[in-house]
Design a binder for this molecule. Structure first.
Ligand code: NAD
Ligand code: ZN
Length: 353
């Protein structure tokens, strides 16, 4: 068995008070409990959820001080006495769902994200913006050895979430899906998963740079919400019969598109809410929802099987999404770009610098 030397201190990005900023500093390395593993995180994707957590955007409190991050790809360096099916030296991933009870009614039906006792990485427990992070062994993503840890990191939240959302949409190969927020982290992944699942993609986001990215990832149409004189009409006209997309994935970080989607989704179509803008509400006309038989639903990350399937798509080379890598010490700058809506694709942080 390989053994790793584990230091007593490590570099981490710590939120010390709600609102931020994030502070790059040394903190102790924790020891895994009996059912946990310690992962030497090499790379972590930066999700907009991490920014929501720092800002205190949601009606669910975070732990404080907080090490954020939930797209951490690395190597298992220690494990508890009860852990049998993962070995020291294996590649593994820290995802949003750090752990769940595995015996409640939701866990028993593979709806682990709905577990009332769920532990959330980078929110209710410390996450992957540190060099050594802990998670329940049953929940860490299993990453095959031939997979590039830097490129796979964003799959661990963004990839799993959009893959699950596409399955929840019920859209079938050959149909059209509108992806709202298509130029961002989840959106870029969503275009690639949708394409791999045989769907046509209409990407919606703002600005020319995001438009270029959305098209290069394989969308058949791009609608710019900052410029379109009639977004609803434009989205419907992007489908060959003009009746609108069969499904909509809402990944945007503002409320307006959540109010708009039922206007352009096809009759009998499904609107899947995934983005979590602060203080936002859904509103849809009852009349239209009824007579056009529109389905509106939420989708929240994915279970362990969704995780392995999402990684499998990546391993097969079907998911190629633009990312930029910077040091963990630069996380605050990444948050500033994200707040300004300037990130195309995903930022990944390298925990060694
Ligand atoms: P991101 O900042 O990378 O991307 C958001 C994109 O939305 C940006 O490209 C932005 O330009 C675009 N946008 C903003 N307003 C828009 C509008 N009116 N129309 C179209 N596009 C618009 O963020 P991300 O990391 O992709 O995360 C997106 C959201 O998903 C966040 O709220 C995050 O918390 C949430 N999220 C949810 C889950 C889940 O399980 N449901 C999982 C992960 C992330
Ligand atoms: Zn996330």
């Amino acid at each position: 068995m390989t053994t790793f030397e584990i230091p007593s201190e490590q570099w981490a990005a710590v939120v010390e008070k709600t609102g931020g900023p994030v502070v790059y500093k040394k903190i102790p390395v924790q020891k895994p409990g009996p059912d946990e593993v310690l992962i030497n995180v090499k790379y972590s994707g930066v999700c907009h959820t991490d920014l929501h957590a720092m800002k205190g955007d949601w009606p669910l409190p975070t732990k404080m001080p907080l090490v954020g991050g939930h797209e951490g790809a690395g190597v298992v360096v220690a494990k508890g006495s009860l852990v049998e099916d993962i070995e020291i030296g294996d590649y593994a991933g820290i995802k949003w769902l750090n752990g769940s009870c595995l015996h409640c009614t939701f866990c028993r039906q593979a709806d682990e994200p709905l577990c009332p006792h769920a532990l959330l990485s980078g929110y209710t427990v410390d996450g992957s913006f540190q060099q050594y992070a802990i998670a329940k062994a049953n929940h860490v993503a299993r990453i095959p050895k031939d997979v590039d840890l830097e490129a796979v990191a964003p799959v661990l939240c963004a990839g799993i979430t959009v893959y699950k959302g596409l399955k929840e949409s019920g859209a079938r190969p050959g149909q059209y899906v509108a992806i709202v927020g298509a130029g961002g982290g989840l959106g870029s992944m969503a275009i690639q998963y949708a394409r791999a699942m045989g769907l046509h993609v209409i990407g919606i986001d703002g600005g020319d740079e995001k438009g270029q990215s959305v098209r290069s990832l394989g969308a058949c149409a791009y609608v710019d919400f900052t410029k379109s004189p009639d977004l609803v009409k434009e989205v419907k006209e992007a489908t060959p019969d003009g009746l609108g997309p069969h499904a909509v994935l809402l990944l945007a970080v503002s409320e307006k598109p959540f109010q708009q989607a039922t206007e352009y989704v096809r009759s009998r179509g499904t609107v899947v809410c995934i983005g979590l803008p602060a203080n936002a509400y859904l509103k849809a006309p009852v009349f239209d929802t009824v007579i056009r038989m529109i389905n509106i639903k939420g989708s929240y990350v994915g279970n362990r099987q969704d995780t392995q399937e999402a990684i499998d798509f990546f391993q097969r080379g079907l998911i190629k999404v633009p990312f930029k890598t910077v040091g963990l010490s630069q996380l605050q700058e990444v948050y500033e770009l994200m707040e300004a809506g300037k990130i195309v694709g995903r930022y990944v942080v390298d925990t060694s610098r």
